[in-house]
Design a protein around this ligand. Structure first.
Ligand SMILES: [Zn+2]
Ligand SMILES: [Zn+2]
Length: 310
């Protein structure tokens, strides 16, 4: 039975912390798997204020190796060890991850109570994590950087009446759904005979740092949530683009063109106190724009829409 995807914004600022704004980190629980996206300084303290236990994190995805996105790792890793973690931890990132993570984790003296495996991910690739997939897109930033799409797999829906008609016992339905056919009363029943359609898997896209990119429109297409770099408003666009970031206007244009459900503005410049201009500007382009804030929780409910199988 599918449950809500639960997301908590742990830090929503960029570059360096500002009062009330920690550095980038997002906790996303999908099914029973807790994932962390980016781990800015102070992430473990933010996790302690959230409803997620840092001990339950299974996968950590780093968008890129600017300090604001990964310097929280040494403290978090060592705290997990202090608390006797035994479960292995997987860390993923772009080019450079295999060099930078071991160096980051070799700081100081401590012994690790669990195993860490580091994986380099390629841009424009899809990785299977069981009930969900992680897709990557190379960003237009100043160093190697990835956007991540977290996509729940589509779920095939069986027409209960048709299944009853054929007489397939309900205990065999899961096998039929997962394997595509099942042997029953001496004959093979195929999934296509009882298929009602499919429930579209939910999709969350997190960009990390990037200039606006045309390729993001396709990458984020129909996402339930797009969390996009929104470092400043458009008055500073040339400057913010030069440094590899996007303005609120540019992020909203991508959200509109990608037909996402909601855009969460994210990675605010620490030079900004008030964020209302960013929100107003984004809303004038894409009304479903929302300002992310530290410790904000968002749930993405199971879609009720059943679409035909192509
Ligand atoms: Zn950043
Ligand atoms: Zn950066």
């Amino acid at each position: 039975m599918a449950s809500d995807i639960k997301l908590t914004f742990l830090g929503t600022g960029g570059s360096w912390p500002a009062p009330g704004r920690h550095l980038p980190a997002l906790a996303i629980q999908i099914d029973d798997v807790l994932n962390l996206f980016d781990c800015g300084e102070g992430t473990q303290k933010q996790l302690m204020k959230s409803n997620f236990s840092f001990m339950r994190i299974k996968n950590i995805f780093i968008t890129h190796f600017h300090g604001d996105h990964f310097l929280g790792l040494p403290g978090l890793i060592q705290s997990m060890s202090f608390n006797g973690r035994k479960e292995p931890l997987e860390i993923f990132g772009p080019e450079g991850v295999l060099d930078i993570i071991p160096r980051t984790l070799s700081l100081g003296y401590y012994s690790l109570s669990y195993k860490i495996t580091v994986h380099e991910l390629a841009p424009s690739a899809v990785y299977d994590f069981g009930k969900f997939e992680i897709e990557t897109l190379g960003n237009d930033h100043t160093i190697p950087s990835l956007s991540y799409s977290i996509k729940e797999k589509d779920v095939m829906k069986i027409d209960g009446d048709k299944a009853k008609e054929i007489g397939i016992p309900s205990r065999k339905l899961e096998k039929l759904r997962s394997e595509g056919s099942v042997l029953f009363n001496g004959r093979t029943v195929f999934l296509s005979e009882v298929l009602k359609g499919k429930r579209r898997g939910r999709k969350i896209v997190y960009t990390g740092d990037t200039r606006p990119m045309e390729s993001m429109v396709k990458f984020a297409h129909k996402a339930d949530i797009l969390i996009h770099d929104t470092t400043t408003d458009s008055s500073l666009e040339p400057l913010v683009n030069e440094y590899g970031h996007s303005s609120s206007r540019q992020a909203a244009e991508i959200a509109r063109d990608a037909e996402v459900k909601y855009l969460y503005l994210f990675h605010f410049s620490p030079r900004l106190d008030a964020l209302s201009t960013l929100l107003d500007e984004a809303k004038s382009v894409f009304p479903n724009s929302i300002l992310s804030r530290d410790l904000m929780e968002v749930s993405v409910k199971v879609s009720k829409e059943i679409i035909p199988v192509d």
